[in-house]
Design a protein around this ligand. Structure first.
Ligand SMILES: Nc1ncnc2c1ncn2[C@@H]1O[C@H](COP(=O)(O)OP(=O)(O)OP(=O)(O)O)[C@@H](O)[C@H]1O
Ligand SMILES: [Mg+2]
Length: 255
């Protein structure tokens, strides 16, 4: 099945006199990992909220394929295949990991007849089998019966991502998914993102870990002061003089 591209066209979001997102165009095509970087206050989270529907734009539009979804609330967008994870994981803390993933299955966009992103989910599975296979694929099987609130951060983030994947999204929007992951978990997570993108999903990744973004993404948008200041493949964006000056000033990106 061909999947739809997510696009932002001329997006503007103002808070009083401040323009947090200032005429931003971006596109997240199927099969690609699109990264969004920028210093504190650049407008990343605001743009993310405009894409997910948590906020409405003052100008411009969000398109999923040919459809203008700018006015749709997050739950409507998720029914169209746009699924997000949150900067603060939003699992039900008193429910087990398994039951949290079952919620994702209930919210699924379409059936799993063709498998699930090459993630080792068997063909034509029951709901429970989707969850079992997904947990195994993400190395979370041992935690299935723990309540989510008892998990360490790394496992919690992976479980949140697993729940989003159970919904079988066309577009996966990830806000700071790697914060709190250790080096091994981050590497495993990067490989997971690649497998999901290879299955045709459009992934949008916002993360403070610019090294992760540059390593895992196919294309990167760099924002400063609400505007996109650089866009292209990771090497191009990394070499951009504005990006260099912003991050070298913060001492966080090697050329
Ligand atoms: N609800 C709001 N009301 C007023 N101003 C806001 C609101 N949300 C964000 N802003 C302002 O908009 C600008 C962009 O903020 P945003 O949170 O999008 O940046 P960010 O790139 O996500 O930053 P960070 O890296 O710190 O998360 C900032 O100046 C911020 O103070
Ligand atoms: Mg933010």
């Amino acid at each position: 099945m061909s999947r739809a591209e997510l696009r932002a066209v001329g997006l503007v979001r103002r808070y009083g006199g401040l323009t947090a997102v200032d005429h931003v165009d971006m596109s997240a095509p199927p099969g690609m990992i699109t990264g969004l970087i920028g210093p504190n206050g650049a407008g990343k989270s605001t743009l993310f909220k405009l894409l997910t529907g948590v906020e409405q734009p003052d100008e411009g539009a969000v398109l999923l394929g040919d459809r203008d979804i700018s006015k749709l609330r997050p739950d409507k967008r998720s029914r169209l295949g746009l699924v997000q994870t949150f900067q603060v994981p939003s699992l039900f803390t008193s429910m087990t990991v398994r039951d949290n993933l079952l919620v994702g299955v209930e919210n699924r966009r379409r059936d799993y007849g063709g498998g699930l992103f090459g993630l080792g989910v068997r063909k034509n599975p029951s709901h429970e089998q989707v969850v079992d296979d997904m947990l195994a694929s993400l190395g979370l099987s041992d935690l299935a019966d723990f309540v989510a609130g008892s998990l360490p951060t790394g496992a919690l983030r992976l479980a949140e991502c697993a729940r989003a994947l159970c919904a079988h999204p066309d577009v996966l929007l990830l806000d700071e998914p790697a914060s709190g992951l250790d080096a091994v978990e981050t590497e495993r997570f990067s490989a997971l993102l690649r497998r999901i993108a290879d299955a045709g999903v459009a992934i949008v990744l916002v993360d403070h870990d610019v090294d992760l973004v540059f390593t895992v993404c196919d294309q990167v948008y760099a924002m400063v002061g609400g505007k996109v200041v650089a866009h292209g493949d990771p090497a191009t964006v990394r070499a951009n003089p504005t990006v260099q000056s912003v991050y070298l000033a913060q001492g966080s990106v090697a050329a």
